[in-house]
Design a protein. Structure first.
Length: 349
């Protein structure tokens, strides 16, 4: 059993600690943001953390009603001066596994040397270089992944970002939905893992992960997990946007993982897309909240959380599909997920 798999299966235990910790820090977070009085939020990260930043910025706009944007750490490091007008009056939020990634730490230092920019850092390591730079630090050592490819860490940082948006927007329904998703997590993993593994046991050489809204950043992270762990080319797109070009490369050698929640209506469009993907010969694994026999009849495997969750909270069970599909392929082909070629746990330039 790989370390990557063990940490994947430990994610809900860590999430429970993260959830309780964030509730205990809620007043401090709200007071810090109120005192900073930012005109916007700017999320900055690298790799998996940047994918989470994209979701976080969407959540901040939608839930807290605040202008928000996401920047890749390397982009900020190399080109930060060009973006200064977009950063006036902003509050930086930097979610990080290690708190040591050079691009993020150096970009933050450069920005703050040129003028005070408040920083809220989230790190899974205590006393990291990023934490030392921050005005407010949230530290989650129980969520740290020792394996190179992040699994447990990713979903914990996603929930932290989501809870920050929920706190600022006073979105109690979302907070309760996150709690419910975590409560069901262990049972959910046990129920769906075998089905994901069976469907992902077919021969496929590329993967496509589809999701909308706040889950789109997580879809991008799912694609990273498939690339790093399973060694395949993987991309992510908005659900219906896959028709606008990417469909031409989808066929019998493709695995598609899709979030097809019925929130917002348009379920018939979702079902038609699933049918089209299957007609092209793709293996399709779908996630939805409550059981739907129409979805089950179309796809190779449908993973249902069994509960009607807030669309953003659905990201918690959704990411597990990509993680297990990646691990299943790696194990089948004899790839060691703990030693991906050319990767290190975090980048130090």
């Amino acid at each position: 059993m790989s370390l990557t798999y063990r940490e994947t299966k430990q994610q809900y235990a860590a999430l429970r600690q993260t959830y309780e910790y964030m509730l205990s820090e809620r007043a401090r977070i709200e007071a810090f943001v109120k005192n900073a009085a930012p005109s916007s939020l700017t999320f900055v990260g690298c790799g998996s953390s940047y994918c989470l930043c994209e979701s976080a910025a969407f959540s901040a706009r939608l839930r807290a009603g605040m202008p928000a944007q996401a920047f890749a750490g390397g982009d900020m490091l190399l080109n930060g001066e060009r973006y200064r007008s977009a950063l006036t009056g902003t509050l930086l939020v930097a979610p990080s596994r290690s708190g040591s990634t050079t691009e993020v730490v150096e970009a933050v230092r450069l920005l703050r040397r040129a003028g005070h920019v408040p920083l809220l850092a989230v790190s899974c390591v205590e006393g990291s270089p990023l934490s030392a730079e921050a005005d407010l630090t949230l530290e989650l050592p129980w969520a740290f992944d020792a394996s190179v490819c992040q699994t447990r860490t990713v979903i914990n940082l996603y929930v932290v970002n989501l809870l920050i948006a929920a706190f600022l927007g006073r979105d109690q329904a979302l907070i309760a939905s996150i709690d419910a998703a975590i409560l069901d997590g262990e049972t959910y993993m046990d129920r769906v893992e075998a089905g994901i593994r069976k469907a992902a046991g077919s021969e496929w050489a590329q993967a496509i992960v589809l999701a909308d809204g706040e889950l789109k950043g997580l879809a991008a992270e799912g694609a990273i997990a498939l690339t790093e762990i399973a060694g395949v080319q993987a991309q992510s797109y908005h659900l219906l946007d896959v028709r606008h070009g990417p469909m031409v490369v989808i066929g019998p050698g493709s695995l598609v993982i899709a979030a097809v929640s019925d929130s917002g209506g348009g379920m018939q469009h979702r079902l038609n897309l699933l049918r089209d993907l299957k007609r092209r010969g793709a293996t399709v694994i779908a996630y939805a909240g409550t059981a739907d026999p129409e979805i089950e009849a179309i796809v190779d495997y449908a993973a249902f959380s069994g509960r009607s969750l807030d669309p953003a909270a659905q990201g918690i069970p959704f990411l597990f599909l990509s993680q297990i599909a990646a691990l299943a392929r790696a194990e089948r082909l004899g790839i060691d997920p703990d030693q991906p070629d050319g990767l290190v746990a975090w980048v130090e330039l």
